[in-house]
Design a protein around this ligand. Structure first.
Ligand code: SF4
Length: 315
């Protein structure tokens, strides 16, 4: 029997000609950790924030702007060629909690190289704060060159999800739905802003994930919906396996008939091999500098058990 991950990827349609795995000019994914702080404490947090908050929290690790600028300069010095795209993943914790640094990093990088792209992954909570949203929108309105090279992913695992929670255990889903509504309300004539939803299929939403995808498509019409499988989900869960296959087939049928019009990465998209195919290595930068390098095909996984970022894994 295939693993759930294999089923997930086997069901995607990939055109051989367009598959950039054969493209010799590969980019590297440069993951800049802007902070290990977060305004949520998800139970499954890969940074272990769900647990650490319970025990008083881990030591804050927030790189200074000076450190971030040096990381950007080092990265671009390593791959200055314009035919090679440098992809910065602005990550956390919750990266928008370091919005000022994020803006300055993008402004600085834009002066160094043209062929770059920024992707930020957020839980969306800050976007519901009017003051924050105003500044966020006005920054991109002022910098049309950056908005062309920026994509924002909002993590959302479904209505009623009890895993993505605040520190007091309150569910974050209603807030994130509000954020999605705010993003979808941005007038494209005024600002063409590309944002996507990241949806992790897990034990707790396997029964309704397809309905969630259809709802997200219809209500918010994001640029894309990116799906993945929670690594904690048991492959031996036969029901989950069959359900996943049935739902993927059903979504693909809806896609063909145009009843679903948001591309669902992993199932329909044949242009980028779910983005990862364009990258050879992933590099992780924290306040301790470059802490890890791994092949894109390896699972990101947690930063092992030290509770601090681990430089010993640097290969
Ligand atoms: S939003 Fe992300 S970083 Fe924050 S607690 Fe949840 S999984 Fe961890």
């Amino acid at each position: 029997m295939n693993s759930l991950h294999e089923t997930h990827s086997t069901y995607s349609i990939r055109g051989k000609e367009s598959n950039p795995i054969s493209n010799p000019v590969k980019s590297s994914l440069r993951i800049l950790y802007l902070t290990n702080r977060c305004n949520l404490a998800c139970t499954y947090c890969y940074e272990g924030l769900g647990d650490t908050f319970k025990y008083g929290g881990m030591v804050p690790a927030i790189p200074s702007l000076k450190q971030l600028i040096k990381q950007v300069d080092d990265i671009i010095a390593e791959e200055p060629e314009e035919e090679k795209q440098t992809l910065f993943l602005l990550f956390g914790g919750e990266p928008l909690m370091q919005w000022k640094n994020m803006k300055d990093v993008m402004l600085h990088a834009m002066l160094q190289k043209n062929n770059i792209h920024f992707n930020a992954i957020t839980n969306g909570v800050l976007l519901t704060k009017p003051k924050f949203l105003k500044d966020f929108i006005s920054f991109f309105k002022e910098h049309h060159d950056i908005i062309q090279k920026f994509s924002l992913d909002i993590s959302f695992d479904g209505v009623g999800n009890g895993e993505r929670v605040y520190r007091n255990g309150k569910k974050s889903a209603p807030t994130v739905l509000k954020a999605l509504a705010m993003l979808s309300a941005i007038d494209e004539e005024i600002m063409k802003f590309r944002w996507r939803i990241r949806y992790t299929i897990q034990e707790t939403n396997i029964d309704r994930w397809k309905e969630d995808i259809l709802h997200l498509n219809k209500t918010f019409n994001p640029y894309r919906i990116i799906t993945s499988i929670d690594s904690a989900m048991e492959d031996k869960n036969l029901n989950a396996h069959e359900k996943l296959k049935r739902d993927i087939s059903s979504l693909r049928s809806l896609w063909k008939t145009k009843a679903l019009n948001t591309p669902v990465c992993g199932f329909f998209c044949d242009t980028c091999d779910e983005c990862a195919g364009t990258h050879d290595y992933k590099y992780y930068y924290t306040d301790k500098g470059l802490t890890k390098k791994q092949l894109h095909s390896e699972n990101m996984g947690p930063f092992e058990d030290s509770g601090q970022w681990d430089s010993s894994s640097l290969k």
